[in-house]
Write a protein that binds this ligand. Structure first.
Ligand SMILES: NC(=O)c1ccc[n+]([C@@H]2O[C@H](COP(=O)([O-])OP(=O)(O)OC[C@H]3O[C@@H](n4cnc5c(N)ncnc54)[C@H](O)[C@@H]3O)[C@@H](O)[C@H]2O)c1
Length: 441
C-alpha cells in the first residue's frame, strides 16, 4: 500500500485515535464473536504472557466495573506463571474474579493456543516478537483483544498484524493496543486541539525516550541458547525489536498521531557506546532518527539507554501558529510569543492504563464495536522498525521499502533446544549491526 493510501486510510480511521469517534453496536449475529459465548454475562479473560505488564493489565481488567473473570493464564515459563497467579490472588476482592484451576494454567510455546479458546477477551503481553502469531490466532478465534505494544519486531510480523487487523474489523472485534497515551486525558485534549488547528500546521517536532535503560538477565548455567534469549528477551531483536521499538514507539506514535499520518522516510545514526557487554545481546544503546512526513515535516527522534545521564520521555511540536513543549501533566499550547492558547490542568486525570481497560470492557459489555487500534499499532510499530533499519544500515529507508522488507527475524522452530537465528561467538558475544555494511531492508 502506498504511503498516500495509508495516510488517507488513516485519516478515515483517525476517530479511533481518540478512543473511537465512530461507534457501532454489534448486530446480534456478531455475538458469536463476543462475550455472549458465555452462558451468563460474565466476560471471560485469558492472560497470555504473565510478566510485569501482563500482571498489571490483568489487574486493570479485574478492576473494571464489568462482570469479568480471569479463567486461564499462559506463559512460556512455569515460574512466571506461578508468580502471576499469586499476584492476581493477593487482593481478596479482586481474587473473587480469579478462577484459574490447575487445568487452565498453560505453560510452553503452545500455551497460548490452549488458553485463547477459553476466553471472550485475551490479553497479549508476551515479548512483542510473538504478537503477530498470537494476535492472528485470537482474531481467527473471534476474540476481543487487549495487546501490548509494540505489535511486531520485523516487517513480516507487521504485515501479519495488518492482515489480521482487517479480519478483526470484519468480525467487529474490539482491539485495544497498549499505546496508552491514546487513553491519557492530557494527550487526548492537547492533540484534539492541535487537530482543530490551535497551533496552525505542524511543521516540526522532537520526540524523546532518553533514560538509563532496563533490566538485564545474564546467562545462567545450563540454559539453552533459546532459554537464554527468551529470559533476556529485551536484547534480541526477534523478541524485542530494539529499544527504539520496545520503548520509544510510544513517542514515535505520538508524532504519527499529531501528524495524522506516517513518515515517508527515515535516516539516522546509532550504535553501542556504553552498553557493550555480551549480556546486552545485539541491540544498540542509542538511536537518533530523522523521520520525514509527506508534507516535508521533519520529526527528530532520540532514544538512548545510558545509566547515570539526563532522562526525558516526552514530545514537543512546532506549528505555524504556536508550539507545545511538553506533554507533562500540565500541558500548555502556546503562541509564538509565549502566551497560553490552552492549558490542560491534569489534576484528577485518571490512570491511562486503567482507562484503556475501563473503556474496552465497557464497550464489550454493551456489545459495542468501538476500538480498532491494531492498524495504527502496526503502522507505528513499522515506523519504529524503519528507524532501526535506518540506524543499523546508515541508509535512507522509505516507508514502502520498510513495509515490504523480507528480513524475517523469527526462529524457524520454537523449542527449548532449537536454535534462534542469531547465535553468539565462542566468547558469548553476538554480531552487532554495522552502519554502512548492514543491509537495511
Ligand atoms: N504500555 C506500556 O507502558 C508497557 C509497559 C511495559 C511493558 N509493555 C509491553 O508489554 C510486553 C511485555 O513486557 P513485560 O515488561 O511484561 O515483560 P516481562 O518479561 O515481564 O513479561 C513477558 C512475559 O511473557 C512470557 N512469554 C515469553 N514468551 C512467551 C510465549 N511465547 N508464550 C507465552 N508467554 C511468553 C515471559 O515468560 C514473561 O512472563 C512487551 O511488549 C512490552 O513492550 C508495555
Amino acid at each position: 500500500m502506498s504511503n498516500e493510501s495509508n495516510r488517507r486510510e488513516f485519516l478515515k480511521q483517525s476517530g479511533l485515535l481518540t478512543g473511537g469517534a465512530l461507534l457501532t453496536t454489534l448486530p446480534s449475529f456478531a455475538s458469536s464473536y463476543g462475550f455472549n459465548n458465555s452462558a451468563d454475562d460474565t466476560i471471560k479473560i485469558a492472560l497470555i504472557g504473565c510478566g510485569g505488564r501482563g500482571r498489571g493489565a490483568a489487574l486493570q481488567a479485574l478492576k473494571t466495573k464489568q462482570n469479568v473473570k480471569i479463567v486461564a493464564i499462559a506463559d512460556a515459563f512455569r515460574d512466571q506463571l506461578d508468580d502471576a497467579y499469586k499476584i492476581l490472588n493477593q487482593n481478596p476482592e479482586l481474587a473473587k474474579r480469579v478462577d484459574i484451576p490447575e487445568e487452565r494454567k498453560f505453560v510452553g510455546f503452545d500455551a497460548y493456543q490452549k488458553a485463547i479458546p477459553l476466553a471472550d477477551v485475551v490479553i497479549l503481553a508476551t515479548p512483542p516478537g510473538f504478537r503477530p502469531m498470537m494476535f492472528e490466532e485470537a482474531v481467527k478465534q473471534g476474540k476481543h483483544i487487549f495487546m501490548e505494544k509494540p505489535v511486531a519486531t520485523d516487517a513480516p510480523g507487521v504485515r501479519r498484524v495488518l492482515a489480521a487487523a482487517e479480519e478483526a474489523k470484519k468480525k467487529k472485534l474490539n482491539v485495544v493496543v497498549g499505546l496508552q497515551r491514546h487513553y491519557q486525558p492530557n494527550y487526548r485534549e492537547i492533540i484534539k486541539r492541535i487537530h482543530d488547528g490551535a497551533l496552525g500546521d505542524i511543521i516540526g517536532g522532537s520526540v524523546y525516550w532518553v533514560s538509563g535503560g532496563v533490566w538485564v538477565k545474564p546467562r545462567q548455567p545450563n540454559q539453552t541458547e533459546m532459554e537464554h534469549q527468551m529470559r533476556n528477551w529485551y536484547y534480541f531483536n526477534w523478541l524485542c525489536g530494539d529499544h527504539i521499538n520496545e520503548q520509544h514507539i510510544h513517542n514515535i506514535d505520538v508524532a504519527n498521531w499529531v501528524k495524522r499520518g506516517y513518515p515517508v522516510s527515515a535516516q539516522g545514526t546509532g550504535g553501542r557506546q556504553v552498553r557493550t557487554g555480551k549480556e546486552y545481546g545485539e541491540i544498540f544503546d542509542h538511536h537518533i532518527v530523522d523521520y520525514v512526513y509527506e508534507d516535508g515535516t521533519l520529526i527528530n527522534s532520540q532514544c538512548r539507554h545510558y545509566e547515570g545521564t539526563y532522562s526525558k520521555v516526552d514530545e514537543a511540536f512546532l506549528g505555524t501558529k504556536g508550539r507545545v513543549d511538553s506533554f507533562g501533566r500540565q500541558s500548555v499550547l502556546k503562541d509564538h510569543k509565549g502566551g497560553a492558547i490552552y492549558t490542560h490542568n491534569g489534576k484528577g486525570d485518571g490512570d491511562p492504563y486503567q482507562i484503556e481497560h475501563d473503556e474496552l470492557f465497557a464497550a464489550i459489555a454493551k456489545n459495542e464495536y468501538k476500538f480498532w487500534d491494531a492498524e495504527n499499532g502496526a503502522k507505528s510499530t513499522l515506523t519504529a522498525i524503519m528507524g532501526r533499519m535506518a540506524t543499523y544500515s546508515g541508509k535512507v529507508v522509505k516507508w514502502d521499502e520498510a513495509l515490504n522488507s523480507n528480513i524475517n527475524l523469527f526462529p524457524d522452530k520454537l523449542a527449548w533446544d532449537a536454535k534462534p537465528k542469531l547465535l553468539p561467538n565462542a566468547d558469548g558475544f553476538y554480531p552487532i549491526a554495522v552502519p554502512g555494511k548492514t543491509v537495511a531492508v
